[in-house]
Design a protein around this ligand. Structure first.
Ligand code: SAM
Length: 231
């Protein structure tokens, strides 16, 4: 269970109503039962259910059982698409080890806004499901151009360009911080594509001869990166 506060042995944590209901109502746990908890920043702890009611419950935090397993320093930049598919991209990015998830506004992005808190909750759920101890931050929606204007010196950019077509590109074996960029349903504009190809940090890659949906492309790109550079 994810607890959105720094955890330490000996603490007693008051659970949110939905978490209390999940443990006592859905999982049918009773006082004294053990629960694995994590705060997304310091690792996993063994906790025990303290006071346990339908609408409120407490957890007593015990010893740390696993250190934080930091993911590789990988960002996923993607242009938001339809709601359910954007949820899917965030979940898969959290499951597949993205350290940061950055929704970006591109020339052809048709979603003007995102529900950041909802997407962050999907990232938490994905981390809980895959037994992770780290939860990636989901950023607010920002223009891709602004991110490129202030691109970090040492970070390479895997630019998934559907116009490249051809076989799946091999990624250069260059360890260090990376980012993956996936475009919207309408793809990248010619101006964006020209800017990206000229960008010193960019490594244009093909994800194969077929045009993939943006959510499929995100998973394919994450897997390609993990195969070449993941740990
Ligand atoms: N404009 C495209 C078209 O011709 O229909 C659609 C873009 S595609 C739905 C969304 C994004 O997924 C692309 O901008 C790109 O980032 C990525 N993508 C999809 N297929 C790809 C491929 N074969 N190689 C590289 N990137 C791909």
């Amino acid at each position: 269970l994810f607890l959105d506060q720094p955890l330490a042995e000996g603490q007693t944590v008051d659970l949110q109503r939905d978490q209390a209901h999940y443990l006592t109502g859905v999982m049918r746990l009773v006082s004294g039962d053990a629960v694995a908890v994590f705060d997304g920043r310091s690792g996993e702890y063994l906790a025990h259910l303290g006071q346990a009611g339908k609408r409120s419950a407490t957890l007593v935090i015990g010893p740390q059982t696993a250190p934080i397993r930091m993911p590789p320093d990988l960002w996923l930049l993607f242009a938001p698409i339809k709601k359910a598919r954007t949820d899917f991209i965030v979940e898969k990015a959290a499951e597949m080890g993205a350290a940061r998830i950055c929704p970006v506004q591109t020339d052809f992005t048709n979603s003007e806004r995102i529900r950041r808190d909802r997407l962050q909750a999907h990232a938490v759920e994905a981390a809980e499901q895959c037994g992770g101890t780290f939860v990636p931050d989901v950023d607010d929606l920002r223009p891709l151009s602004r991110l490129l204007d202030h691109w970090p010196e040492d970070r390479r950019l895997m630019f998934c360009d559907e116009d490249l077509a051809g076989p799946v590109s091999a990624l250069p074996a260059m360890p260090g911080p990376w980012a993956i960029l996936i475009g919207p349903e309408g793809g990248f504009s010619p101006a964006e594509r020209a800017r990206l190809h000229a960008h010193p940090a960019a490594h244009p890659v093909s994800l194969g001869p077929r045009i993939l949906r943006a959510d499929t492309a995100a998973v394919a790109a994450l897997a390609l990166w993990q195969a070449a550079l993941g740990d």
